[in-house]
Design a protein. Sequence first.
Length: 378
Amino acid sequence: MTTPWGEFELSRFPEDPRDRLRAWDASDAYLLRHLAEERIPLSGTVVVVGDRWGALVTALSEHRPVQITDSYLSQEATRANLARAGVEPGAVGLLTTQDPPPDRVDVLLVRVPKSLALLEDQLLRLAPAVHEGTVVVGTGMVKEIHTSTLRLFEQILGPTRTSLARQKARLILCTPAPSPERAANPWPYRYVLPEGIGTVSGRTVVNHAGVFCADRLDIGTRFFLQHLPTDRGPRRVVDLGCGNGIVGTAVALADPEAEVLFVDESFQAVASAEATYKANGVPGHAEFRVGDGLAGVPAGSVDVVLNNPPFHSHQATTDATAWRMFSGARRALRPGGELWVVGNRHLGYHVKLRQLFGNSRLVASDPKFVVLKAVKRK
């Protein structure tokens, strides 16, 4: 990536030589050019929100910015890209969306996230640190910036306008203004599940902003909850890509002897899973971990993996995440262990499972979803 601060070699995480997707796009480049062309002072506290793979903070590392991200993968990519650029450790502050933000922000750079709720949550969390002299610039591809996006900047921070589009990217230019009656942050959001969903009927779900289907139970998870494995006993179960954790919570409610591990690469998701679990007073033992799937789980240590894999990476549609999840599950499972997957019928997950496990059985189906089971052979 060529920038006014030099050229940088960047990669996503985990690195995959077959991955043709870049670690930056035109909106990152547009924002960096704007900072240089407008000679925006970067001597104060520079905060970068939603920097997807660390492109922005790597380019601006000499100004010692603070990155705030919801993604473990993005944070790891940032560490790798900073090291590759020869940036000294500690020059860039790495915070998660669950960490307290800086007390003062002089330059706020926002890479617009896919989730409008996450944008709302982060702007509300940062608003007390923004002052009338703060430079606020958002960036995103044209298809990512909507009227609702601009409205959030306007309502939470101050008057907002957009730039002309360049290479299908656009900037959001916001002038902070005092707001004596700023709305309270509605996140995390809680709701009670309706009857007819097994052990979780009437149970509470807690969602932090940015978690998939944050205000209701999505239909894929609802279908999965009706077809979970019924075995009981002292076994180790993983809710892989746990989201709000309702699947793992359902297992723990049905089987107090089970040890449940909740894993997601989203800091918001793992916080939601832990809050959901605790809100329901679940007996038994649980562990909550942010990470790259099952990469940190010892091989052959798990009895059951439950998975509703995503098929998007930001705006890109890809099966790479599902493939990594399935491969990680096979490694982590004991011989005879089972991977249970729910997914849209058209995604053809049964083909991947047969390639990896040598088997795949249809457990349940409806016109939209399938639940599949693959067994690690002894």
